[in-house]
Design a protein around this ligand. Structure first.
Ligand SMILES: NC(=O)c1ccc[n+]([C@@H]2O[C@H](COP(=O)([O-])OP(=O)(O)OC[C@H]3O[C@@H](n4cnc5c(N)ncnc54)[C@H](OP(=O)(O)O)[C@@H]3O)[C@@H](O)[C@H]2O)c1
Length: 292
């Protein structure tokens, strides 16, 4: 298969590059073209005529989206319309990544593809509008909602991912307040990339949830990171209200990979397994090993 990956130097994009290297891959980064520049996107994609376009780009700094709604919608919605139109023109399937944040539950059960969206911030609204575009414009599409991504490419030099930030803070003995009332499924891109590869191999189309199994609060995630790294962290649990982020977040956005499960194609593992393997690959910490 000829596959074009957009956002190829990002967390998910980098792991997809590795995972899909058995295919004829072309990796595009922001340096090649900005996805908001539709003529440039058309020119680059027409040159390679891919069977599949995987769009991992997003404006996903959730707090910043509140004050930069134009930019959020430009990347997360309008550019997606352009990519859908290009995919149609080239006869390609558009694979697009969306977010658990388009949903918000009450915590009584994980949310499936059949649950009604309920976006509580600008980021989520722009991503939901992007989903609408994909579903209604792209003739052939695979729309994947995932959650709480962290990956090696989000490490030092790119502003860090949540895990690396917690390791740094715990290692420096820094105190941190972390919200304990937002429940998510932290997902390692090293697990999500092979799941997406298998979805492509199986030629899936439509909307799918694909996040790590199980769930935790950000506080529980942070303390688990520190504990697996053998670090004594000075973290305290706080509430979203006390933390006071500019953007509201859903209190509970745990995804059930219901459609993958029904097809017998759900290969996502518990978030603790993903974290242990990330720490092993990235930091050489053997799972269950005693720490110095
Ligand atoms: N991160 C999460 O926790 C999370 C959770 C749920 C869903 N998602 C979704 O998953 C997808 C992948 O997330 P990720 O964590 O892998 O993101 P990421 O590491 O930030 O990667 C996104 C890549 O897209 C590039 N990009 C952004 N805007 C662009 C533009 N206008 N033109 C061209 N390239 C652009 C970025 O380049 P620069 O580095 O130059 O900006 C970056 O390389 C996104 O669609 C996101 O909405 C993420």
């Amino acid at each position: 298969m000829k596959i074009a990956i957009l956002g190829a130097s990002g967390q998910l994009g980098s792991d997809l590059r590795e995972c899909l290297n058995g295919h004829e891959l072309t990796a595009f980064t922001r340096e090649d073209f900005d996805v908001r520049d539709q003529p440039a996107a058309l020119e680059h994609l027409t040159r390679i005529r891919p069977d599949v376009i995987v769009n991992t780009t997003a404006f996903h700094q959730v707090d910043l989206c509140e004050s930069r709604a134009d930019d959020a919608f430009a990347v997360n919605t309008v550019a997606v319309y352009g990519l859908a139109a290009i995919a149609n023109r080239l006869g390609a399937k558009l694979v697009h990544i969306s977010t658990d944040y388009v949903l918000s539950g009450d915590g009584s059960r994980p949310l499936s593809e059949d649950d009604a969206p309920c976006p509580v911030n600008v980021y989520a609204q722009s991503k939901l509008a992007g989903e609408y575009v994909v579903r209604n414009v792209a003739d052939r599409h695979l729309l994947i909602r995932t959650s709480g991504l962290y990956g090696a490419a989000g490490g030092a030099g790119r502003g860090g991912n949540f895990v690396e930030t917690m390791i740094r803070k715990a290692g420096n003995g820094e105190h941190a307040r972390i919200v304990d009332d937002q429940i998510v499924s932290p997902t390692w891109t090293g697990d999500l990339a092979p799941q997406i590869a298998s979805m492509l191999d199986n030629d899936l189309e439509g909307l799918f949830h694909a996040s790590a199994e199980g769930s935790c609060s950000w506080y529980a995630f942070a303390t688990t990171v520190a504990s697996l790294c053998g670090l004594a962290a000075s973290f305290t649990a706080t509430t979203s209200r006390a933390y006071g982020s500019p953007a509201p977040r859903p209190a509970y956005s745990v995804l059930e990979n219901a459609r993958l499960e029904r097809l017998g194609l759900n290969r996502m593992l518990d978030w603790r397994d993903g974290l242990a393997r990330y720490l092993q690959v990235r930091h050489g910490i053997a799972p269950g090993a005693p720490h110095p």
